[in-house]
Design a protein around this ligand. Structure first.
Ligand SMILES: *[C@@H]1O[C@H](CO)[C@@H](O)[C@H](O)[C@H]1NC(C)=O
Ligand SMILES: *[C@@H]1O[C@H](CO)[C@@H](O)[C@H](O)[C@H]1NC(C)=O
Length: 509
């Protein structure tokens, strides 16, 4: 039974196969030997071709040619349209207009500093990255830092970055095999608008090598963007001499050295530290901290200078700056209550140039953490406190104490006015001298430089007028307007909460 059923299945399979085979053969025959009339019927030429096969071949070729013609005609049309479009978009400005636009660049403070009478005449920059804009003029939102979400601002900055990327990748510049630049290489930029001339952009990109940067200077003279300058900047050998004047405050210095060790020694590695110490009090402790850090991190690039007499910030910085004996060096004047990141160190390098440019960053001043976070116990670690928000601090746009400048410029302009004693005054004086000079003063808020909160004491020796000003300054450093309001209206708020509680309680019973 089993055998017979198996045989039957086999036979039927063979029959099916045979039928399929003969079908295939007849189709093949039809294809190969159809009469020539078919060709004519399809309206194809070659009715008199020698064999059918060749006829088909020729027909196919013809079809292909027709298609190719059609495609190339389309391509031509597209190219034509593109040309027309481009012609419309980038129609070269008339020569006199172009000359006018170029003249606007020359009139603006782009190539050389413009002498200014006072600090009020200085036009500060804003700074930005791909993610954020750091702005002194906070407008309606009051945010010191903003995502460039506002479409107007985003379009403007993105257009500048795109123009810069295009210039960086221009064929004359990039050799074969060279990686192309993209927006992702953008590190940071600064920009400012002179209302009667236009907007200046200085955009910094990562270069192809370590410590190398590319900078594009662009100008938008209330017209199309113009390229002003393209530079390659190698910062591998740009040493920064950080100068810190100090008297007592050993605890603050310990905190400073912690930050210094991480940012300057571990991350940057192109730094010298000069501490100018006044008096003898707490000196051994400060020296001990310095020596301990030096041993632990194998760091030898420091100088400790001890001075007698009353503390004078100007004198300390002046002595520290002049003490340097090597070739010209970039100086960073820094206080002990300042926190900075390693990015800031590059920003400092990139915004200075001997004989040309000095850098006056606007730092972010932290409010009293005890007030920001409600209670001293709720204060997070320092790194987490350093966020740029309107509740956490403000741009210290009246401060000129932290600055980066080459030693040669500092000496040439005459250094600090040493008649000014104590804190304050000497820095504004130096800043004004630079404004009066032919050097470019770059003034911009920066994301990596913070003034840490510390209690401000208004001493009894002050005159009533000075005391009042001191208290006003103290209030400004303490908390935002809104938070101070919560303190002023404390009783009203507490009374309100009591009433609410009472109401809730009486409803329950
Ligand atoms: C120390 O200074 C030298 C130049 O004087 C420099 O080459 C070196 O990188 C510096 N080291 C650190 C850790 O900053
Ligand atoms: C320096 O290190 C030594 C040994 O670790 C320690 O005893 C000393 O207190 C440290 N000095 C300072 C000022 O921190």
């Amino acid at each position: 039974m089993m055998v017979r059923r198996g045989l039957l299945a086999w036979v039927s399979r063979v029959v099916l196969l045979l039928v399929l085979l003969s079908c295939a053969l007849s189709v093949l025959y039809m294809l190969a030997c159809t009469p020539k009339a078919d060709d004519a019927q399809r309206g194809l030429p070659r009715a008199n071709g020698p064999t059918g096969k060749e006829g088909y071949h020729a027909a196919l070729q013809e079809w292909e040619e027709q298609h190719r013609d059609y495609v190339s005609s389309l391509k031509r049309q597209i190219a034509q349209l593109k040309e027309e479009l481009q012609g419309r978009a980038a129609e070269p400005p008339r020569p006199d207009l172009l000359a006018f636009l170029r003249a606007q660049v020359d009139r603006a403070e782009v190539h050389a500093g413009v002498k200014l009478a006072t600090e009020y005449a200085a036009v500060p920059f804003d700074s930005f990255t791909l993610q954020k804009v750091y702005q002194l003029e906070t407008g309606l939102t009051r945010h010191p830092e903003e995502k460039p979400v506002r479409k107007d601002k985003r379009d403007e900055l993105v257009e500048a970055i795109e123009a810069a990327v295009e210039a960086l990748n221009s064929p004359a510049e990039s050799g074969p095999g060279q990686r192309a630049y993209t927006a992702q290489d953008f590190v940071e930029g600064i920009y400012r608008t002179e209302r009667d001339k236009g907007t200046l952009y200085e955009l910094t990109f990562r270069g192809h090598h370590q410590h190398e940067f590319r900078r594009l200077v662009l100008f938008r003279p209330f017209g199309p963007i113009l390229k002003v300058k393209k530079e390659r900047l190698d910062m591998a050998h740009t040493l920064i001499n950080v100068i810190v004047p100090l008297a007592r405050r050993a605890d603050k210095f310990r905190q400073f050295m912690q930050n210094f060790r991480e940012m300057c020694i571990q991350q940057d590695g192109r730094i010298h530290l000069t501490v100018v110490y006044f008096g003898k009090e707490e000196m051994d402790e400060v020296k001990g901290i310095l020596e301990n850090t030096s041993k632990a991190a194998n760091f030898r690039n420091f100088t400790f200078i001890q001075l007698n007499g009353e503390f004078s910030r100007g004198k300390g910085l002046d002595v520290g700056a002049r003490f340097w004996k090597g070739s010209n060096v970039l100086l960073f004047f820094c206080d002990v209550d300042i926190y900075f990141t390693s990015e800031f160190l590059n920003t400092c390098r990139l915004n200075t140039q001997p004989g040309k440019k000095v850098f006056y960053p606007v730092l972010f001043s932290q409010y009293n953490p005890g007030i920001i976070y409600g209670h001293h116990d709720a204060v997070p670690p320092l790194e987490q406190q350093l966020v740029i928000k309107k509740e956490t601090g403000f741009w210290r746009d009246f401060g000129f104490g932290m600055t980066c400048q080459y030693r040669s410029d500092f000496i040439n302009i005459g250094g600090f006015d040493l008649d000014i004693k104590g804190w304050g005054g000497e820095d504004v004086h130096l800043y004004r001298k630079y404004l009066h000079s032919n050097l470019i003063v770059v003034r911009t808020p920066v994301r990596g430089l913070f003034h840490l909160w510390h209690e401000k004491r208004c001493v009894d020796e002050l005159t009533p007028e000075q005391y009042k000003m001191c208290m006003q300054s103290k209030a400004m450093n303490e908390a935002s307007h809104g938070q101070l309001g919560m303190l002023v209206f404390r009783h009203e708020i507490e009374a309100h909460l009591r009433k609410q509680k009472h109401k809730a309680g009486s409803k329950k019973t």
